[in-house]
Design a protein around this ligand. Structure first.
Ligand code: CP
Ligand code: NVA
Length: 304
C-alpha cells in the first residue's frame, strides 16, 4: 500500500492486514509495550473542515509511535489563498514523511498523491471516510470475532460514511443493506461497485433494511459543507431515524455504531444512543488504533 485514498483502492487482504495490525497496536498500547515504529518521522495534517476525533487521534497516535504531527489549518496554509495543491504536494513532500488531509473534493486528495512523493491518508472527503470505516470494522470484529457473513445495515444519508461502509463491508465479506431516500443514494461509483454483489441490498424502507441486522449504523443527515441544505434534509430524512422501533426489526442484541458527532432525536434517539454508548465510544477509540496501523503500514515498517 502506498496511500489510503479510498477503500475502493484496497484489497481485502490489505484491509484485514490493517485490522490485524490495529488489534496488535491496541494490545501493545494497553499493556505498555513500546511500539515506536515511526521514531523521527513527521505527519502533516491538513484540515479544511472541522474535526475532534480525527485531529486528536492522528496527533496522539503519531506521538505514541515516536513521531510528531503538525496541524495545518486551511486558514493558515497558502493553499487557503489559492496555492495549487500540486505545488503544496511537492513542497510538503520535501519536509514530511506523510500527509493526512481532510477536505471537500476527493480529487484534491488524489492530486496530493499524484504530485507528492510521500504517503497520503484521506481523513474524510465528501466522497468517503476510509479511516472511520477501518475503525468501525475493527470494532465490529472485536464484538463478533468475525466480519464475514455478518449483516451490516446503514440507515440515512448516502454520504461519505455510507460510501465507505458499503465498500469496506462488502470487501470483508459482510452483507450490506442500505436504506436511504431515493434522492440521497450513495455515490454512483460505489453503487456500480456494489450492485453486482449478491451481498448488497438497497431500499428506501428502513425497516426492510434493518431486518435481521447484526450491526445498525447511521450518520448525520447534514454533513459538513451541507449546512445550507439543512432544513430540506431534516424533512427528507423523516422516518430514517435509528430508534427502538427500527432496532426491533434487527437481531436481538444487535450492535449500533455512529461515527460521531451524533445529533440526538434526528438520526438517532437519545435512548438508543445511550444504550449503545459503550460500543459507540469504543468505535471512537478505535480511530486511534486503526490509524496507527495505517501510519505504520504506509510510513514505517514494523522491523525498523
Ligand atoms: N468521526 C469523525 O471523523 O469525527 P471528527 O469529525 O471529530 O474528526
Ligand atoms: N458525514 C459526516 C461525517 C463526520 C465525521 C460529515 O461529512 O460531516
Amino acid at each position: 500500500m502506498k496511500h489510503l485514498l479510498k477503500l475502493l483502492d484496497c484489497s481485502t487482504e490489505e484491509i484485514i492486514g490493517l485490522l490485524d495490525l490495529a488489534d496488535q497496536l491496541k494490545y501493545e498500547q494497553k499493556h505498555n509495550i513500546s511500539h515506536r515504529h515511526l521514531e523521527g518521522k513527521s505527519l502533516g495534517m491538513i484540515f479544511q473542515k472541522s474535526s475532534t476525533r480525527t485531529r486528536v487521534s492522528f496527533e496522539t497516535g503519531m506521538y505514541q509511535l515516536g513521531g510528531q504531527a503538525l496541524f495545518l489549518s486551511n486558514r493558515d496554509l497558502q493553499i487557503g489563498r489559492g496555492e495549487p495543491v500540486q505545488d503544496t504536494a511537492r513542497v510538503l513532500s520535501r519536509y514530511l514523511d506523510g500527509i493526512m488531509i481532510r477536505t471537500y473534493a476527493q480529487k484534491e486528495v488524489e492530486d496530493l498523491a499524484e504530485y507528492g512523493s510521500i504517503p497520503i491518508i484521506n481523513g474524510l472527503t465528501d466522497f468517503c471516510h476510509p479511516c472511520q470505516v477501518l475503525a468501525d470494522l475493527m470494532t465490529i470484529r472485536e464484538k463478533f470475532a468475525v466480519l464475514e457473513g455478518l449483516k451490516m445495515c446503514y440507515i440515512g444519508d448516502g454520504n461519505n460514511m455510507a460510501n465507505s461502509l458499503i465498500v469496506g463491508g462488502l470487501k470483508t465479506g459482510m452483507k450490506v443493506s442500505i436504506a436511504t431516500p431515493v434522492d440521497y443514494r450513495p455515490d454512483a461509483e460505489v453503487m456500480a461497485f456494489a450492485e453486482p454483489n449478491p451481498n448488497f441490498f438497497i431500499t428506501d424502507d428502513p425497516m426492510k433494511a434493518a431486518e435481521n441486522a447484526d450491526v445498525v449504523i447511521t450518520d448525520t443527515w447534514a454533513s459538513m459543507g451541507q449546512e445550507a441544505e439543512k432544513e430540506v434534509r431534516m424533512k427528507a430524512f423523516q422516518g430514517y431515524q435509528v430508534n427502538d422501533e427500527l432496532l426491533a426489526a434487527a437481531k436481538p442484541g444487535c450492535m449500533v455504531q455512529h461515527c460521531l458527532p451524533a445529533y440526538r432525536e434526528q438520526e438517532i434517539t437519545t435512548k438508543v444512543f445511550e444504550e449503545h454508548a459503550s460500543e459507540i465510544f469504543e468505535e471512537a477509540e478505535n480511530r486511534l488504533h486503526a490509524q496507527k496501523a495505517v501510519m505504520v503500514t504506509l510510513m514505517g515498517s514494523i522491523e525498523e
